[in-house]
Structure formats: C-alpha cells, structure tokens
Write a protein that binds this ligand. Structure first.
Ligand SMILES: Nc1ncnc2c1ncn2[C@@H]1O[C@H](COP(=O)(O)OP(=O)(O)OP(=O)(O)O)[C@@H](O)[C@H]1O
Ligand SMILES: CC(=O)N[C@H]1[C@@H]2OC[C@@H](O2)[C@@H](O)[C@@H]1O[C@H](C)C(=O)O
Length: 402
C-alpha cells in the first residue's frame, strides 16, 4: 500500500484528529489558521480549538490576488502562476504558525485548505446559455501545501457540492449542523464576512432536512471598498464609527435593494462579482448620489447589509422571525451593523457564536477542518432527504506530501 494511504487509513481510525483548517475569505485581510482537535465524527463530533491566528496579507499579496479577484477577464498566465504561488504562501504561513505554537508538522494529521475564491459564478449570476451549470474557482494548490508542510492536505471543497447540484456555497450548513444543533432552540448562525450568509438549524431531533444555508447579500465587502476609495489609509470602518455618523439615503438604498438577487428564492449564493464597486456606482448614478459623503454612503450600505439578512430571514420565517441568532465573522465586531440587524429583526435574540464555544473569527476555518474530518473519518454529511443544495457528499480532494 502507498505509505501515505496507509497513514491516512491510520488517521481515519484514530479517536481524534488534529486538523488545521484554513480560510482566506472575500475580505482579503489574511489567512485564518485554526488548529483543531476533532474528537469523533458526525453529530458526535467534539471540537477543541487549540490555536487560532489570522496571518495578515501584506499589500503585495493583496495586490496579486486583486489582479484576478472577481474579474471576468484576467491574464491566464497570471492566474496559472498565482495558483501554486498562493499554495506555497499558505504552506509557509502554516509553518510560521506551527513554529510559534511550538508544534511540529509531524504532530498534525491533516490540513483542510479552502484556498482563495477568485471567481464565483452560480448560474443565476453568469447566465451564460452555453454553460448551464454553477461554477466557482478556488486557488492555492493543495499539492503545494502538502509537499511544503509534509502534511496530508484536503482542498478544493466546493467542486463536489457543485457536482452534486449545489452552487458550491455556502457550505456552512454542514459544519453548523454537526457542531451547533441544539435540542432547546431553533438557531440562525449568521456569518458577516465580505458576503453575509446564514444557516438555519431546526431543533436537534426535529426534521433535519429543513436545515439549510444561504447567502443574503453583501456583508462588509461594499463597506470596505467604499472606505478604501475615500480613505486609502484605512482597511475598514472600525467599529462602524463613520457609518454611525451618517444618515441612510433612502433613494439610494431602494435602488440598491432593487437588484433581483434580494427577491430571488432561497437558498442562493453570490459574491463580489455582483456586489462590487460597479453595482454601487451604477445605483449612485441612477439616483444622482455620486456626490454622497462617505458617512452617509456607509450608513446606507450598513442598512443594505442588514436589510439583506432580514429579507432572507423573513422569506422563510414570516414577517417577524423569532429565532436565536448567533453572529460570527468580522461584521460581528461592527456595532453599527449589529444595531441595524436588531432593528430589522426585533423579535430575534442576538449573541455571537462565542457563547456556543466557537470563536466567531475562527468559525469558517473550523468549518473546513470539520469537512476534512468527515471526508476522512466520517460519512457524507446527511442533513436529510429532499432539501436542495445540501447534498449528502464528502468534500475535499486529497493531496499526499510525496
Ligand atoms: N472592529 C470592527 N469594526 C467594523 N468592522 C470590522 C471590525 N472587525 C472586522 N470588521 C470587518 O470584517 C471584515 C473581515 O471579515 P471576515 O474576516 O469575516 O471576512 P472574510 O472571511 O474575508 O469574508 P467571507 O466570509 O465573505 O469570505 C473586515 O474587512 C471589516 O469589514
Ligand atoms: C464561493 C465562496 O467562497 N463563498 C464564500 C463567501 O464568503 C461568505 C459567503 O461568500 C459564503 O457563501 C462562502 O464561504 C463560507 C465559508 C461557506 O461556504 O459557508
């Protein structure tokens, strides 16, 4: 037997596995690295987050990714070069974290690498009649990560979801279902990253097939782009301070909300390909608000993000959803966004995933560790028959280190 396959076979039989989950999201702020100890598998999984770090991207890394990020036309040579380069970068960032944590690569069983989404193209968005399918592209080659770290690596998780009829995202439903279902309450796990999404979890023991996750529209992506355009020295509007000084412009808000994405049925996915600067620019031109000040634009965009979440929740749970909402992602640190959400969903109870024992900033990196754990030691995660877009599949392609 191939020695790496034998090692994998052994890892699969262990009572627990040490897995590094990696996520590099749409905000391009850095690589989230979550060192997880996962005991068991399936709905009996228990998570210990041993370490977590976000290794910041410097301006050069961000510049390189932006050359292809969410752009319909790019240099094919550049993309080809960026794929292994990013794999090497992520491998080096893992090694840097392990050194800091005084852990050797031999003490880690698996790496679960999401890579960097450079283009997301669900059919409803690309509408190319020659390609009647959903598509998405993550780069940062898994073989580079495996060879450079010496750790068996799973990567490219989204393609199986697409092959089985999904849009490749959000995959959050799988991890949330395994880790965060509760017999006491129905839950909404709300992730406020560049793009906002939520998972609905019915009470554990109830019909699991009603669980699903969906994107709801922009989270921080337009806020960040707007701040950077006006104030290049800032990465984002810290604590929503600028937004809270502004007034919502109702005309611009209504124009932005007029995009058919918001009324489309759930579940659905999107990305900065749609919710990018051009979307905002066109809406401003149509409403004569191109001169709107930074604070008012941010207030309006904060309202847009909250409205997207609330509209999606209302589509499923009626006009006054009363659910326990647990927030994660960078937007969970933004008081302006949080207060807009509370206003839109007054009957919901809000907290962050911290109270459930999941560090909000680490949640997405943990998701990929959970998916790798299932692919190796569990079964395809089955949330129940009938629910579209949560197919029971194992995700992740396996790279051996040699
Ligand atoms: N203190 C804060 N105040 C306001 N916003 C914040 C704060 N901290 C983080 N953020 C926002 O969160 C963003 C980073 O969020 P996160 O890391 O969840 O995004 P991501 O993982 O890249 O996105 P996605 O989940 O869409 O892939 C920042 O760019 C910023 O907009
Ligand atoms: C294609 C892609 O990378 N989508 C991301 C993105 O970031 C947030 C949102 O859009 C979500 O759909 C997804 O990531 C999370 C981890 C998911 O799949 O659940």
């Amino acid at each position: 037997m191939n020695q790496h396959l034998a090692r994998l076979y052994k890892i699969a039989q262990q009572p627990s596995r040490r897995i590094i989950g990696l996520m590099s999201g749409t905000s391009l702020d850095g690589l989230d690295v979550a060192l997880c100890r996962l005991h068991g598998h399936g709905t009996n999984t228990r998570l210990e987050l041993e370490q977590f770090a976000t290794v910041a991207y410097d301006e050069d890394v961000r510049y390189r990714i932006r050359q292809v990020f969410a752009r319909p036309q790019v240099s094919l040579e550049y993309l080809t070069l960026l794929n292994p380069w990013l794999g090497q970068l992520h491998a080096d960032m893992i090694l840097q974290c392990l050194l800091k944590w005084h852990i050797s690569p031999q003490e880690v069983d698996l790496v679960a690498s999401h890579g960097q989404t450079v283009y997301h193209a669900p059919q409803h968005q690309h509408q190319n009649p020659d390609f009647p399918l959903n598509a998405t592209l993550q780069i940062g080659d898994g073989d580079q990560v495996a060879v450079r770290t010496g750790i068996i690596t799973l990567s490219d998780f989204r393609q199986k979801h697409i092959a089985a009829g999904g849009e490749g995202a959000p995959l959050a439903a799988y991890g949330d279902y395994l880790l965060l279902s509760s017999a006491e309450e129905e839950r909404l796990l709300l992730n406020l990253g560049g793009i906002a999404n939520f998972t609905y979890l019915p009470r554990a023991g109830q019909d699991a097939s009603t669980a699903f996750s969906t994107d709801t529209g922009p989270g921080n992506t337009l806020l960040d782009a707007t701040v950077r355009a006006h104030r290049p020295e800032l990465a984002y509007d810290e604590d929503g301070r600028l937004a809270s000084l502004g007034q919502v412009h109702e005309g611009l808000l209504n124009e932005l909300l007029g995009h058919p994405f918001f009324a489309a049925t759930l579940p659905k996915t999107t990305g900065p390909e749609l919710f990018g600067p051009a979307y905002l620019q066109q809406a401003q031109e149509r409403t004569g608000t191109t001169g709107l000040g930074l604070e008012d634009t941010l207030a309006t965009l904060t309202e847009l993000s909250a409205h997207g979440v609330a509209q999606a929740a209302k589509q499923v749970f009626g006009s006054k959803p009363a659910l326990a909402v647990y927030a994660s992602g960078g937007g969970a640190h933004n008081p302006a966004l949080q207060s807009a959400l509370r206003r839109h969903l007054p009957a919901c109870r809000f907290a962050t995933t911290d109270v459930l024992g999941v560090l909000p900033d680490a949640k997405e990196a943990i998701l990929f560790a959970l998916l790798a754990n299932e692919a190796v030691a569990g079964q395809p995660v089955s949330i129940g028959a009938g629910r579209q877009r949560v197919p029971a599949v194992s995700m992740g392609k396996i790279s051996f280190p040699g």
